[in-house]
Design a binder for this molecule. Sequence first.
Ligand SMILES: [Ca+2]
Ligand SMILES: [Ca+2]
Length: 298
Amino acid sequence: MKKIAAALTAAMLALSSGTMFTASAEGDSDYSPSLYFKAYDSENYQILPNGTVYVRIDNTNDSVTSINAGVYIKDDMKQAGHIIAKWKCESEYITLDSLTDPITACGQSPYTEFKKVADIRLDADTENNIQSVSYALGMWLDPFTVAGNASDDYPLAVFDAVINADTPAGMYTIDFMTEETSNLCDILYKYGADIASKEFFPSGDQAPSLRINMSDRMLGDVNNDGVVDAVDATLTLRAYTRILSNMDSGLTLAEAAAADVDGDGAITGIDATLILRYYTYVLSYGDIDFITYLKTNK
Ligand SMILES: [Ca+2]
Ligand SMILES: [Ca+2]
């Protein structure tokens, strides 16, 4: 059945390829849906404005931290009609677990065609730390009907990323699968106003990773003296200068994770500036914590 659907899809794509130029003339040729992760709020970790999860690890006890997250499709034009999302974590310290359909997790599937739990296909490959969810009908003719106002009012699936108690500080990611040719994220969507369809393998900006920065110290406190101040900004700027000169940052993994305050996975002048700006705020009797400050002063 799956093969037949794939063959039909291929045939439809072949038939429709001639009309794609017409569609691009209509002005939406650059459009495509995208996938993204969203970590849900918890007392066990903090979420930076860009969605990166900051985990303050404590290797002195055996506590396990679980990050609860959802996988979403952003499809403003509501054109998607076949969705396969696959993601993996390559770190041995993080285990993907508790893959759950959105009906069980939050009472609603993102698409009205998928009303029952059994309509949504979940797969967990625990050996390779891979999870996936598929929204597929036997033969694709029309885009799915979005249940909420937007395609991402409800997740495609939710899962836990379980962080082992002995996880070293550092920067980790959970990644959509975008490289292996036989095991990709795959979305079919309508293309333009006509019947033409397009198969799309989201990658890069259209399938950003979930970033998890872990450190034994609070965000921004690079030297771990309990305060975020000009010294931390200076250390961050020095590391950035070294990186610019093609040298090692000179920071330990715990220092680097604490220095990446905007959570983009790199240490740059922006991180140093944010630390300095927060320090200036604290000097003028500001009393909110760094992450709340970052969220309210984006
Ligand atoms: Ca400090
Ligand atoms: Ca950064």
